[in-house]
Write a protein that binds this ligand. Structure first.
Ligand SMILES: [Zn+2]
Length: 438
């Protein structure tokens, strides 16, 4: 992902993102752009964006989702030629990977942090597939038909399992938050005309709230199990001080990384080669000084440099967060995903270097595609549908040989949450790696 030679007729930003996407599939962006007649469209209509499904020609239909690829409709020129010949595919790659529509929405309305539901009027199909990966595979096949290069090879997917450490024991704040989640779900059941389910939900809320104060330290066991399966998980840990204000008391982790739990285990795990990153506080998303302080606290606890980061609660601003992370000495962010739904926030399963003013930032951003709470708190799913959802989202990353992360909080295994079955299903999908490749 180094700086690429600019493509004729394209901006440095488009060249950068096209080079990023091509690199994953060992394609030469200049050769590709030179061989294919791809229109250049520079319009940038205001959000919300609308999508157009572009039907692929027969020789490439297997690369699409049901034979088509989704692009924003302003990147398809008017005309009578087949749609795929009128599409600005390179512009679409950059539009997705730059988060162009979300950036424009944020400039108007402020950050949504990571709630997809706050993007009103959005065409949610943009998040349903790794469109960018598929676009590059299509362009590669097109170029191969022109005799420019070989049909691109789909590499092995890189799905990173990650454990965010939000709590090491059951705190009052956790009791309030998770009981509230159960009550909200119960209310949803009641509104949906399911009083028995609602009553069960209230029971769950009460049991969680008054239940015994248990320890939540499962990380040593989880890491050992994951590594035995050949998975190489990454851990994100809070580096902030004790929360002081009501909002941070409720939302931030209540432990200190320097305490014996979790500090001693984390030091041991990091010494054994486990990747440990910082999980910055709820209010730190645009605060380089806080990010730097918290990064150093984690470094002191584990005795190693820390470059990885995922913002707690996925608190994130396109304009501010990555810049603040760079200023704080962080080099790899894993925040880009949604709280309230699985999906490809960049329309891609690709690690990218986000664009700054005139060049790429000195930071890699790997998208997060799926989180445990989406399967247990945000939706009512039975075991079979939960398994199907895991296979669907991870399967898409595997199908295109993409790069993405999954969040499984370390506190949620065990009797209190009982989200063990989902983790087992996830491990199966990750280790099978049964790639559905186009
Ligand atoms: Zn968190």
């Amino acid at each position: 992902m180094s700086a690429a030679a600019p493509l004729p007729g394209r901006s440095a930003r488009v060249s950068h993102f096209v080079a990023t996407a091509c690199a994953r599939y060992h394609l030469d962006p200049a050769g590709l752009a030179g061989a294919l007649a791809i229109p250049v469209i520079t319009a940038a209509p205001p959000p919300p964006p609308r999508g157009t499904l572009v039907a692929l020609p027969d020789w490439a239909s297997a690369i699409g989702v049901e034979g088509a690829l989704l692009v924003p409709d302003h990147l398809v020129a008017a005309g009578t030629a087949p749609c795929w010949q009128r599409t600005d595919w390179l512009g679409a790659i950059a539009w997705y990977l730059d988060g162009a529509a979300e950036r424009a929405a944020e400039a108007r309305n402020g950050p949504i942090h990571s709630y997809a539901g706050r993007l009103t009027g959005w065409d949610t199909r943009f998040w349903d597939a790794a469109w960018v990966n598929r676009i590059v595979l299509f362009l590669g096949r097109w170029a191969a038909r022109r005799g420019v290069s070989a049909d691109p090879r789909v590499p092995a997917a890189e799905v990173t399992l990650s454990h965010d450490v939000d709590a090491v024991r059951k705190t009052t704040a956790i009791r309030i938050k998770q009981s509230a989640v159960h009550l909200i779900k119960a209310l949803r059941q009641l509104r949906g005309g399911r009083p028995v389910g609602a009553l069960r939900g209230v029971g769950r809320a009460v049991r969680f709230f008054v239940g015994p104060g248990v320890g939540y330290w499962n990380l040593d066991r989880l890491i050992a199990e994951q590594r035995a399966l050949g998975l190489d998980p990454i851990v994100f840990v809070h580096g902030g001080g004790p929360p002081r204000r009501p909002v941070t008391w409720l939302f931030d982790p209540g432990y200190r990384v320097a305490d014996p739990v979790p500090g001693e285990s984390l030091h041991r795990l990091a010494s054994a080669g486990v990747r440990v990153g910082v999980h910055p506080s709820f209010t730190a998303w645009a605060d380089p000084a806080a990010l730097d302080r918290e990064r150093r606290a984690v470094e002191a606890a584990i005795g190693r440099p820390v470059g990885d980061c995922r913002q707690h609660w996925l608190r994130f601003s396109w304009a501010a967060t990555w810049r603040a992370q760079v200023a704080a000495g962080l080099t790899h962010d894993w925040t880009c995903g949604f709280n309230d739904r699985p999906g490809f926030r960049l329309g891609a399963a690709l690690a990218v270097r986000p664009w700054g003013d005139a060049e790429a930032l000195a930071l890699t951003a790997t998208p997060t595609v799926l989180m445990d709470a989406q399967l247990y708190d945000y939706q009512e799913l039975d075991d079979a549908r939960r398994r199907a959802a895991i296979a669907r989202w991870i399967g898409e990353v595997q199908a295109v040989g993409g790069q993405a992360a999954v969040i499984w909080h370390q506190r949620v295994v065990g009797p209190d949450y009982g989200w063990d079955d989902g983790l087992r299903a996830l491990r199966e999908v990750l280790t099978e790696g049964a790639a559905r490749r186009p």
